[in-house]
Write a protein that binds this ligand. Structure first.
Ligand code: HSE
Length: 308
């Protein structure tokens, strides 16, 4: 029987100021999905590991198998598939955990079907996976997980992802405090309406970020990493957020912010040593109030999900 394994990386959505429209992929951690074709005519979920027993075991409800079903129905095929999901990152962490599972599964099934769809054509299926996971079909995790690099999602419907150039030599420190922040809850608390003057500040920063990446201007990237609309609300869900921000910037980070919907925070740096110092210092700050955390020093993944 034909089988394949695919890996999809963790992602940092929003890139601070670009709520639901900017995100980048990192080299690790990530999820692996294995698919095995069979003659049963049905999609089954036959293995999950690394989730602490928390993910749904029902194939209709688990994102990895659900997107395979939606994909097969979308291309008009009835095919038996056994799905195995190997989680390599924590759930509800803000690192794009659900998107890594759906993207790895979609890349794998598309490969087994002879690649009838391009990566961009897989995006709507991955976005439906996000809807299943948190109630909203945003693309700022799934687009960079599929395409790699930093992606601007100019429009979600129809989805219009624009891959931006990424300067060499950037490092990303991810620090995951062990507190539970479900994406649906972290979205629910945000305000529906914003003042025009705040919108002007925010879109100035989004444009600055895009210009910084396109012109390899790291100082511009750094000073555009500011979110005056959503961060002040979400920061309340993250222990010692502002102490960590101050420390990361003191240690030399270009910028600092919440990764996706949190609670993971990230710092972007130009220097691996600085990235490592931040990875050590921020968990120390959290430990003062007995919050455990793990940290990763990553590089930007420029190629996206891969068949293994
Ligand atoms: N843009 C999304 C959010 C990413 O901030 O809610 C999390 O999935």
């Amino acid at each position: 029987m034909k089988s394949v394994k695919a890996f999809a990386p963790a992602t940092v959505a929003n890139m601070v100021c670009g709520y639901d429209i900017l995100g980048f992929a990192v080299n690790e951690p990530g999820d692996t999905v294995e698919l095995i074709l069979n003659d049963s005519g049905v999609v089954t979920l036959d293995h999950i590991s690394g989730d602490g027993g928390l993910l749904p075991k029902d194939a209709q409800k688990n994102i990895a198998s659900a997107v395979v079903m939606q994909y097969l129905s979308g291309i008009g095929k009835s095919q038996g598939v056994s799905v195995k999901l190997y989680k390599g990152m924590p759930l509800n962490s803000g690192m794009g955990s659900s998107s890594a599972s759906s993207v790895a599964a979609l890349l794998a099934i598309n490969h087994l079907m002879g690649e009838p769809l391009s990566r961009v054509q897989l995006l709507p299926f991955a976005m439906e996976g996000e809807r299943l996971a948190c109630g909203s079909a945003h693309a700022d995790n799934v687009a960079p997980a599929l395409l790699g690099g930093l992606v601007l999602v100019r429009s979600s419907n129809p989805v219009d992802p624009i891959k931006l150039p990424v300067p060499e030599g950037l490092f990303c420190t991810l620090v995951h405090p062990h507190v539970d922040v479900p994406t649906s809850e972290s979205r629910r608390i945000l305000k529906e309406r914003i003042a025009v003057r705040d919108a002007i500040t925010q879109w100035g920063n989004v444009a600055g970020m895009v210009a910084g990446f396109c012109t390899n201007n790291k100082a511009l990237i750094g000073r555009s990493m500011e979110d005056i609309i959503f961060e002040p609300i979400r920061a309340m869900l993250i222990p010692q957020f502002y102490e960590m921000k101050q420390k990361a910037l003191e240690l030399g980070a270009l910028g600092f912010g919440i990764s996706g919907s949190g609670p993971t925070i990230f710092a972007l740096t130009e220097d691996k040593l600085v990235a490592e110092k931040i990875a050590k210092a921020l968990p120390d700050i959290l430990s003062v109030n007995n919050t455990h955390a793990d940290s990763h020093v990553c590089t930007i993944n420029t190629t996206g999900a891969a068949i293994l």
